[in-house]
Design a protein around this ligand. Structure first.
Ligand SMILES: [Fe+2]
Ligand SMILES: [Fe+2]
Length: 119
């Protein structure tokens, strides 16, 4: 999962660079599409793992994943249709959203699983 988190944060950096360089809507949208696809896959893998180990916080975690995905989809829509001015704060917002989740909630299930005897 740490590798997947690395890829997510790399994609965030790519988005930040794209904003700094003032890349166009189309190029940013392309990165956003990749982010969405990877996020879906990652959330699914995490939820499978939590289900496998009967993690008690699964429902709450899944709800948070759904919230993040919905916000990501909404952001992708804004990139495609919104004003160019919105791009940078939007990307900052996404970056915060993902890092808070990875450094917060995602730190909870690992130790719990280890305690259940996972390796
Ligand atoms: Fe995660
Ligand atoms: Fe998560």
């Amino acid at each position: 999962m740490d590798d997947q988190h690395g890829i997510l944060m790399d994609t965030m950096n790519e988005l930040r660079l794209a904003a700094v360089r003032g890349l166009g809507r189309e190029q940013v949208s392309e990165i956003m599409d990749r982010l969405i696809e990877f996020t879906r896959m990652h959330f699914w893998s995490e939820e499978q793992l939590m289900e496998q180990y009967g993690f008690s916080g699964l429902a709450e975690h899944r709800a948070e994943h759904q919230r993040i995905l919905a916000l990501t989809l909404q952001s992708a829509h804004r990139v495609q249709h919104g004003e160019k001015m919105q791009m940078r704060p939007l990307l900052c917002f996404l970056r915060e959203l993902y890092s808070e989740h990875i450094e917060g909630m995602d730190r909870e299930y690992g130790p719990w699983m280890n305690a259940q005897g996972a390796d």
